[in-house]
Design a protein around this ligand. Structure first.
Ligand code: 6PG
Length: 472
């Protein structure tokens, strides 16, 4: 049955937009799709099939006229200027009470700015992160919406129907006010950067240290995916190693340039962590290594003059593989701990009112960082537990304690062989620093007071003190 007005309209019929729209239409919602590119609208017209109520158009006024009131318009256009351009174009055609949802990877500060400008015009605005790539958009992504709760309630049935499900629970919830949704998506991506870097360091050690070839590597990651490491990123890693290049007949991975670029959401996480003074060293190391990877010419020149230990691996291969697996597991715990600690502080700082258990719950399915570990993280925040850091959870800290020797072994081996492992090193440094009752920061206080009269605090008396260090 054709409905009179569409339940939702989507602007941007690129890969993500088209797939999300098909997903929503599969759940018996009527959807309008707009794109200036008639090729994209035509392709959707052909793809939609007879059973789905999808109306692709290329004229913006026609698009708006197709929507049921109050209207809901979702944007899936590239982050940055295109979002502002589309908002400027559509807003004059909308009425008070209509809703715009920006579902791109927008910076949370842009989301706040847009929300404030639109509310002046009585248009509701939500920022919503979507994770899961093309497949997720089509078959069930993790959705991270933030903004006015009454706006969320309006679209909740559509979002819950389209989202991935784990144990029948939809991977979507209202995360908080303002830019909470885009903030949570940014942290999701920061964690994604950290885990991706840790995995790539295990690859480097297995390839360069142990001499494993692509087939062997595929088998190792496949086996790891059947353990507590299981998760989307390990799963796709094992599949990548079994993919052969049609052109050369070689494993495709060996034909791919060793430079990793970025759209920047991981970098935003690191900036934000510095801003809020929350340590996220594993994520920072991941961002740094992306930047370093693209300095290929400099790396090649340096390799000519700066030689490392050049040692062959002399230990027990199976024992090292087992240590590597456990080290990766701790690295993942630590990366989540850093991301969630930043979310906790951001929630206080920006007044988002985030529920960290709910964040862990909606990341269990559909998104890039989904993994069985999120079940434990969810429990760690269960029953409203107010943990400052996941390392303070008794279960997770027991795991870290039990496996820490493996992480130390991996870091030692990387140092010994001269194979870079900065994310593992940063993770271990974080664990060691976080479990330090005493840090040599008293010396830094003294130095600052010595050279800049910045004062210092004492352990025995409250207040601030200054010493004339040069007077004896
Ligand atoms: C997701 C991904 C998605 C995208 C990143 C990649 O959750 O579906 O995170 O958002 O893959 O934008 O980011 P970089 O280009 O910065 O690696």
């Amino acid at each position: 049955m054709i409905k009179e007005g569409c339940d939702i309209g989507l602007i941007g019929l690129g890969v993500m937009g088209r797939n999300f729209l098909m997903n929503v239409a599969d759940h018996a919602f009527a959807v309008a799709g707009f794109d200036v590119d008639s090729g994209k609208a035509d392709a959707l017209e052909k793809e939609k099939g007879a059973e789905r109520d999808i109306r692709p158009v290329t004229a913006i006024r026609e698009f708006v006229s197709l929507l049921r009131r109050p209207r809901t318009v979702m944007l899936l256009v590239p982050a940055g200027n295109p979002v502002d351009a589309v908002i400027d174009e559509i807003t004059p055609l909308l009425d008070p009470g209509d809703l715009i949802i920006d579902s791109g990877n927008s910076h949370f500060r842009d989301t706040d700015r847009r929300g404030k400008a639109l509310i002046e015009k009585k248009i509701l605005f939500m920022g919503m992160g979507i994770s899961g790539g093309e497949y997720g958009a089509r078959h069930g992504p993790s959705l991270m919406p933030g903004g006015p709760v009454n706006a969320y309630e309006r679209v909740k049935p559509i979002l819950e129907a389209a989202a991935a499900r784990v144990d029948k629970e939809p991977c979507v919830t209202h995360l908080g006010a303002g830019s909470a949704g885009h903030y949570v998506k940014m942290i999701h991506n920061g964690i994604e950067y950290g885990i991706v870097q840790l995995i790539s360091e295990t690859y480097g050690m297995m390839k360069q240290g142990l001499g494993l070839d692509a087939d062997m590597l595929g088998a190792v990651y496949d086996e790891w995916n059947r353990t507590k490491l299981d998760g989307y990123l390990i799963e796709i890693t094992s599949k990548i190693f079994s993919h052969y290049d049609e052109k050369t007949g070689k494993p495709l991975i060996d034909m791919i340039l060793d430079e990793a670029r970025q759209k920047g959401t991981g970098m935003w996480t690191s900036w934000e962590a510095m801003e809020l003074q929350v340590p996220t060293p594993t994520i920072d190391a991941a961002v740094m290594m992306r930047n370093l990877s693209v300095l290929k010419a400099q790396r090649e020149a340096t390799a000519e003059i700066l030689h490392g230990p050049d040692q062959p691996f002399a230990g027990n291969r199976d024992a090292f593989l087992s240590a590597l697996k456990n080290a990766l597991y701790i690295g993942m715990i630590v990366t989540y701990a850093q991301g969630f600690a930043l979310l906790k502080e951001a929630s206080r700082h920006y007044d988002y009112g985030l529920n960290l258990e709910a964040v862990a719950r909606i990341w269990r399915g559909g998104c890039i960082i989904r993994t069985g570990l999120l079940e434990d993280i969810r429990s760690a925040y269960g029953e409203g537990k107010d943990l400052p850091n996941l390392l303070l959870d008794s279960c997770l800290s027991r795991e870290v304690m039990a496996l820490q020797e493996d992480l130390r072994h991996v870091v030692r081996t990387s140092v010994h062989l001269g194979i870079p492992a900065p994310a593992f090193m940063a993770s271990l440094g974080y664990v060691d620093a976080m479990r330090s009752k005493w840090l040599p920061a008293n010396l830094i206080q003294a130095q600052r007071d010595y050279f800049g009269a910045h004062t210092y605090e004492r352990i025995d008396i409250r207040g601030t003190f200054h010493t004339q260090w040069q007077q004896r």
